[in-house]
Ligand binder design. Structure first.
Ligand SMILES: Cc1cc2nc3c(=O)[nH]c(=O)nc-3n(C[C@H](O)[C@H](O)[C@H](O)COP(=O)(O)OP(=O)(O)OC[C@H]3O[C@@H](n4cnc5c(N)ncnc54)[C@H](O)[C@@H]3O)c2cc1C
Length: 360
């Protein structure tokens, strides 16, 4: 079957992996429908802009050594919105003092696996935050993007697949890409009878809570050195790490202000007040924060086990026997934003190959 504009691929999940997959297909001239259950695209990429602050709920950057985001940004004509990390280095809070920490340890604490050679170049982001890349993709995809369109099941059809949506409607497609968290992909693949997907569905996602706190610069007595600190395992704190967001990237706080972001161990109570109370003595903060914003990720980052790659490979072997269908995203090929872009685009190229089209 030749790939033509009449060929439709349904991409399920509009996190960065699904957006990248849809973009790759659109560039190849394939009609795409991108189906997202939430009212907004981006998945765990959430940027809020408030009183001149840029507040990240999920990722705040990507590894500068990986070319995927810059390449995508250039294709979308937003290459000029990439920004480099300003500060370098981090500290560890021992419980009584700050000590220098090896580069990248804060990310490792978050569960992002990093290779030493990737760390040398540091991290990058976008002016206006990580949602800049999401917004650019949503704009370019136009009506192909459908929000509040959760997929409830997939069944084989004469054409390829019938994708059932919440509310009872359906989308017919020649091919499907599932760019979903592993537990959601596994559920849908079960409706297609792909039994190895059950093991993939057991992938554990770690909960994560972040608290962003805004201050005037004159409230912070301690010089903010580097990108932030992590608390030593022995330190009895709820705040496990803190990023000095406004020192790490440009434009995160208006002049004369500071934005901090704490990563909290699962806890109850008023988390903004709790984070401030713990940070105040460490950073010699006087007075209350101007505001606090808490983001809860009950299922944040997946934590791969030893057999993860083999499990993903077994699912893909099974999918190769069906009409064109692929899986992508943080549940499959790496949890970093760059890896998710790569994974989405590779899934799109696989579908194009299977539908008989050309890929570059
Ligand atoms: C707090 C936090 C901080 C992070 N920090 C960094 C960082 O600094 N750098 C970095 O590189 N990475 C970071 N990561 C990791 C990275 O952001 C994610 O792994 C990546 O963005 C995941 O993208 P994704 O598209 O695979 O999945 P998701 O973003 O989870 O997207 C999946 C989408 O599928 C949708 N969906 C689910 N079920 C259905 C359904 N049935 N039908 C339709 N749609 C559905 C969801 O609503 C969601 O929009 C961080 C992650 C978290 C949580």
């Amino acid at each position: 079957m030749a790939v033509s504009a009449a060929t439709t691929v349904a991409v399920v999940g509009a996190g960065i992996a699904g957006l990248a997959a849809a973009w790759e297909l659109e560039r190849a001239g394939v009609a795409v429908t991108l189906l997202e259950s939430e009212r907004r695209a981006g998945g765990v990429i959430v940027t809020e802009r408030r009183d001149g602050f840029v507040v990240e709920g999920g990722p705040d950057g990507f590894l500068a050594a990986e070319p995927d985001l810059p390449a995508l940004a250039r294709e979308l004509s937003i290459g000029d919105r990439l920004v480099d990390q300003l500060a370098r280095g981090a500290a560890v809070w021992t419980g009584s003092r700050f000590e220098p920490l090896a580069e990248g340890s804060a990310a490792v604490l978050l569960g992002i696996e990093l290779r030493g050679e990737d760390l040398g170049a540091g991290f990058r982001s976008f002016t206006g935050g990580m949602a800049v890349i999401v917004e650019a993709l949503v704009t370019r995809l136009g009506p192909a993007m459908r929000t509040a369109a959760g997929v409830t099941g997939i069944s084989p059809s004469a054409r390829g697949y019938r994708v059932a949506l919440t509310g009872g409607s359906a989308v017919d497609a020649d091919g499907v890409i599932l760019a979903l968290p592993a537990f959601a992909a596994a559920r849908l693949l079960a409706t297609l009878g792909v039994s190895p997907a059950r093991a993939l569905g057991e992938l554990v996602y770690q909960p994560s809570v972040t608290v962003s706190l805004a201050y005037r610069s004159d409230q912070i007595g301690e010089p903010l050195r580097g990108t932030g600190f992590v608390a030593a395992a022995a330190a009895p704190s709820v705040v496990r790490a803190c990023t000095y967001a406004s020192a790490k990237y440009p434009g995160r706080a208006p002049a004369g202000h500071v934005l901090l972001r704490g990563f909290l161990a699962p806890s109850d109570g008023e988390l903004g007040a709790l984070a401030h109370a713990e940070l105040a003595p460490l950073l010699r903060i006087t007075g209350a924060p101007l505001w606090a914003r808490v983001f809860h990720w009950p299922r944040g980052l997946p934590r791969y086990e030893a057999h993860h790659a083999a499990r993903v490979a077994r699912v893909r072997e099974r999918l190769a026997r069906l009409a064109p269908i692929a899986i992508a995203g943080a549940g499959c090929d790496g949890v970093g934003v760059s890896a998710c872009v790569r994974s989405g685009r590779e899934a799109a190229r696989l579908i194009l190959r299977r539908m008989g089209g050309q890929t570059d």
